[in-house]
Design a protein around this ligand. Structure first.
Ligand SMILES: C[S@@+](CC[C@H](N)C(=O)[O-])C[C@H]1O[C@@H](n2cnc3c(N)ncnc32)[C@H](O)[C@@H]1O
Length: 196
């Protein structure tokens, strides 16, 4: 993808009022996998500034809970200002008012340009998302998680495969050309595997 193409996504996100170009990654994931279903109860981890949450509401989810260090404004849903690394799963479960059908994580740390350090900190967030998904998903539930490529990524993807029936990796078009991120899209949560 050329830099001009990636600018195209930034301009389009602004023109369409999404709040972030990240929305086009979820839009493509949805187009290719149909992972979001109308009526879903959804947890959106790393939801700020809210483009994924807006997309999920438009997709017809029934209940949306978002978690981030900052809360997005003007979106229908329940948003918790919390650190996903330390928040009690019971706090999120209460907000969901039952098990989730789908857990998404677009969480990423502020990057420093130090590739290994950024990778390690990001995979810690992805692992936490897996732990929260294991605590909060219904059996057969679905999971989407952003991962930074690096030495811990294959082990993480293996751990996702142990917990879900069907797992695929995707790198959406809207991903910046030099970005090391990809997404894992999983369905068929196996509720009985011990916690990661
Ligand atoms: C790429 S942005 C998410 C964009 C969002 N999906 C959207 O479409 O608007 C990554 C988010 O992860 C959040 N984040 C990073 N570390 C976090 C943590 N420990 N707990 C909760 N959120 C975290 C950041 O605050 C940031 O808003």
């Amino acid at each position: 993808m050329s830099p001009r193409w990636s600018d195209h996504f930034t301009r389009r996100a602004r023109a369409e009022g999404w709040g972030a170009r990240s929305v086009f990654k979820l839009e493509e994931i949805q187009r290719r996998t149909r992972i979001v279903r109308p009526g879903d109860v959804v947890l959106d981890l790393g939801c700020f500034p809210g483009s994924w949450s807006r997309f999920l509401i438009q997709a017809g989810v029934r209940r949306l809970v978002g978690v981030d260090l900052q809360v997005p404004q003007g979106i229908q849903g329940i948003f918790l200002a919390a650190d996903a690394l330390t928040v009690e799963p019971s706090v999120i479960r209460d907000a969901l008012d039952g098990p989730a059908d789908l857990v998404l994580s677009d969480m990423a740390p502020s990057t420093t340009g130090h590739r290994l350090g950024d990778h390690v900190r990001q995979v810690a967030l992805a692992r936490r998302a897996l732990t929260l998904a294991a605590a909060l998903l219904r059996p057969s539930g679905r999971f989407v998680v952003k991962v930074f490529e690096g030495e811990e990524a294959p082990g993480f993807v293996r751990d996702v495969r142990e917990r879900f029936e069907e797992v695929r990796r995707l790198r959406p078009e809207a991903t910046r050309r030099h970005s090391i991120e990809f997404f894992v899209v999983a369905r068929g949560y196996r509720a009985r595997v011990p916690d990661p």
